[in-house]
Design a protein around this ligand. Structure first.
Ligand code: RIB
Length: 317
């Protein structure tokens, strides 16, 4: 893979996926073999990387997106949407003969299912830019894992990994993570454990500590409507989601969390303050349809963050 030695002075660099999301809304999920009629169909820009970059930029960070899209109309649409969110897209490559990634999303009540056809996200032809001047490098796992590993090695600022979609993480990558962000299922998979119940706080803390023992400095577990738990070697902190009027679409809420968390770390906030901002962002994101639909409201985060309480938990079960 050729190496592009470009200097990056942006404070948050997001290296990850870009998709076009095709979302159908249904009353309930179909059973295998069953056909149902959807009440609506929308297409919008998504992808965990693009969502996180947009969320970070909408909350005020200077953001460079490093990604691969196809040389097609969908790739152009994604670039335009990211630019309108304030993201520097100069690190997004157009891959000839590849299709822009696509996601097929079913939203039923407050839950969703997502299938991704990665397209260009798995056909990168470019190397990574120099990451020497970035404050935070933020990755997810919708691009080839070796690229994420290279980014972790090259990052000079904090390396934040959102381990989604989940895989069993190897110790070398874990050791390079300043912060690992997971939901309860990804927590279990990353730790190599049977599923963890988000309501079982002590089990979440124990699984986080097992990952810290393997090398990561901090683990943040998002707990849906309950908030999120942060564990480090010395502290356990829980930030509780403020009352949320109605969950319209939870797609992209985890990405809002990750993007805003990275943005606040780049701004110099403590882990605890970044956690409260991120939980607040997640609670705003679920009030709007589509992944990035609620991100414009992130300009209001500094006024709303005080509604997100944090609770210090006992450090050990
Ligand atoms: O996290 C939500 C995202 O996952 C969607 O935007 C979809 O593209 C998939 O990548």
């Amino acid at each position: 893979m050729p190496n592009r030695e470009t200097q990056v002075s942006d404070r948050v660099v997001v290296i990850g996926s870009v998709n076009i999301d095709h979302t159908v809304e249904v009353a309930r999920f179909p059973h295998p073999g069953e056909t149902l009629l959807a009440s609506s169909l929308t297409s919008s820009v998504g992808g965990k990387g693009a969502n996180q970059a947009a969320a970070a930029a909408r909350s005020g960070a200077s953001v460079l997106m490093v990604a691969a899209v196809g040389n097609d109309a969908e790739g152009a649409q994604a670039l335009a949407t990211l630019a309108s969110a304030g993201v520097d897209t100069s690190g997004v490559h157009r891959v000839a003969d590849a299709r822009t990634g696509s996601a097929w999303i079913t939203v039923a009540a407050s839950d969703n299912t997502i299938l991704v056809a990665p397209g260009a996200n798995y056909q990168w032809s470019q190397g990574l830019p120099s990451l020497r001047q970035s404050d935070v490098v933020l990755c997810q796992l919708e691009i080839p894992v070796p690229l994420v590993e290279s980014a972790a090695v090259a990052a000079r600022g904090r390396f934040v990994l959102n381990a989604a979609p989940s895989v069993r993480l190897d110790d070398d990558l874990l050791r390079r993570c300043g912060v690992l962000i997971v939901n309860e299922h990804e927590l279990a998979e990353s730790a190599g454990l049977p599923d963890v119940d988000a309501a079982d706080t002590q089990r979440v803390i124990a699984a986080s500590r097992s990952l810290i023992a393997r090398g990561t400095s901090a683990v943040v577990t998002t707990l849906g409507g309950r908030g999120a738990i942060l564990c480090t070697t010395t502290t356990t902190l829980m930030a509780a989601t403020p009352p949320t009027p109605e969950v319209v679409d939870s797609t992209g809420a985890g990405d809002a969390f990750c993007g805003v968390f990275a943005a606040r770390l780049a701004a110099g906030d403590s882990l605890g303050t970044a956690l409260r901002y991120a939980v607040t962002a997640g609670s705003l994101a679920v009030r709007h349809p589509t992944a990035q639909g609620g991100y414009e409201s992130f300009a209001r985060l500094p006024d709303l963050v005080d509604q997100t309480p944090s609770i210090i938990e006992e450090p050990r079960p």
